[in-house]
Design a protein around this ligand. Structure first.
Ligand code: PLP
Length: 453
């Protein structure tokens, strides 16, 4: 048995294209609708907030989309990212399972998010855009876009969900170091922020509210566009660079996954690892399992409804068919801030609805316990979001111990938790609780779903 635990690809194996799962869907996605007319939205209408190249990718059904050379040039700083076999964790769990993980924490922002921040900034830059407005939950996306903005010479304005703004001052400092402006949301700088504050002066914010503020700012000026860090097709597309690398690395390891696991906030890191494998399975058959793991306190895929909904609270965004808890739902302030979103990527939702993706949810305490077990064995402290994937991988490995099956588990370690030590401090001090979401609030939010007919 080889002692190799780390699988590195040479630079020449850095993918030259992203993988677009729209090319292999057994049933096409439902169209994205204009929020006013409820007709399928046009490229021109989307052009108010997104650059053309991004809109083309959003609507494309081409299987392979070229990664521009300047984007690959930046990717080279940390890509191809490593794939590890978690041998010490396997040993600690006394499992016959083989556990592999793709590690995206090696990026300068510490997560998978620069994989899409870099191309989005690049496309905006070449189309003459000067400013990008965006939202951020835990701060990972804002950090990634701030970094991309400084590489490509763009001004970045980040609306950061207030609960995270207060929990994670270092994330804010990170964004400001790269020259971005970071504003706690809801804020008084936009009409949508002021409307929320008028009704809920103590609002801790939500991604839905922060998106409204950023979209509002982008729609006001011709030189300003909006960028989203998850959910949309083009974001999931950019993230497949990780999955395409992982397939080559698993081949190097002589391994083939029986299951692919990722945590899901908006669905992008999960899709990035899973879609290249899932697309292959859709084309050629197979019986890999794809497990999407979400927090029980924001259970979009496991408790939400598959329906047309807005991406934001003020209803400025187009309508997407997706699993949703309702756009007015504000999840409780648990520590995996990047997973506090009411909706789920339309592509992930669609494939879950068709039965190709198995969703599952966990509470935060069991996720932190898994993260600490992982850290002790593997030496990396995972982001609280990533802990959800770690929990599922460990549970599957424990199942193998019980059944004696030597399954191959591949999971995405979407980021490190070095900026999240307050969460670990609170957990270790016994101060964290399992937060339950308010079912009546979800029922109310779902009752307010737009009537699309
Ligand atoms: C943002 C984030 C997530 C959740 O977003 P997805 O789009 O679902 O990937 C997960 N992990 C980390 C580390 C993040 O920063």
């Amino acid at each position: 048995m080889s002692d190799t635990v780390k699988y590195l690809l040479d630079e020449e194996h850095l993918p030259k294209h992203w993988y677009n799962i729209n090319a292999d869907l057994p049933v096409p996605l439902d169209p994205v609708l204009h929020p006013g007319t409820q007709q399928p939205i046009t490229a021109d209408e989307l052009g108010v907030i997104f650059p053309r190249a991004v809109i083309e990718q959003e609507m494309s059904t081409e299987r392979e989309i070229d990664i521009p050379a300047p984007v690959r040039e930046v990717y080279r700083q940390w890509r191809p990212s490593p794939l590890f076999r978690a041998r010490r964790l396997e040993k600690a769990l006394n499992t016959p399972a083989k556990i592999y993980y793709k590690y995206e924490g090696v990026s300068p922002a510490g997560s998978h998010k620069p994989n899409t921040a870099i191309p989005q900034a690049f496309y905006n830059k070449i189309e003459g855009v000067k400013r990008i407005a965006t939202e951020t939950g835990a701060g990972q996306w804002g950090s990634s876009l701030a970094l991309a903005g400084s590489f490509f010479g763009l001004e970045i304005i980040v609306y950061m969900v207030k609960v995270s703004y207060n929990q994670k001052p270092y994330r804010r400092a990170f964004m400001e170091t790269f020259g971005a402006q970071c504003i706690a949301s809801p804020s008084t700088t936009t009409a949508s922020g002021r409307a929320v504050l008028a009704e809920h002066p103590d609002s801790t914010g939500s991604l839905g509210i922060a998106i409204s503020e950023a979209v509002e700012v982008a729609a006001q000026r011709d030189d300003t566009k909006y960028a989203l860090g998850s959910v949309l097709n083009h974001v999931l597309l950019h993230q497949t660079v990780a999955g395409i690398e992982a397939m080559q690395q698993m081949d190097m390891a002589g391994a083939h996954p029986d299951m692919v696991i990722g945590c899901t906030g908006g669905g992008s890191n999960f899709a990035g690892l899973a879609f290249p494998y899932l697309g292959k399975q859709l084309r050629e058959g197979g019986n890999m399992q794809f497990i999407a793991v979400e927090p029980s306190a924001c259970p979009t895929l496991t408790k939400g409804q598959f329906a047309y909904d807005f991406g934001d609270t003020a209803h400025l965004t187009p309508l997407c068919k997706m699993f949703t808890l309702g756009s007015s739902f504000v999840p409780p302030g648990f520590h995996a801030g990047g997973l506090r979103y009411h909706g789920m990527a339309p592509q992930v939702s669609h494939l879950a609805k068709l039965g190709y993706i198995s969703p599952r949810s966990y509470n935060q305490l069991e996720c932190f316990a898994a993260g600490i077990q992982f850290a002790k064995a593997e030496g990396i402290v995972p982001a609280p979001e990533s802990n959800h994937a770690v929990r599922a991988a460990i549970d599957e490995a424990i199942k193998c111990r019980e059944t004696g099956e030597a399954k191959t588990i591949l999971f995405m370690l979407s980021g490190h938790g070095d900026f999240d030590m307050q969460a670990y401090t609170d957990y270790l001090a016994g101060k964290l609780k399992d937060l339950v979401y308010d079912e009546s609030e979800v029922a109310m939010a779902l009752a307010g779903l737009p009537v699309v007919g």
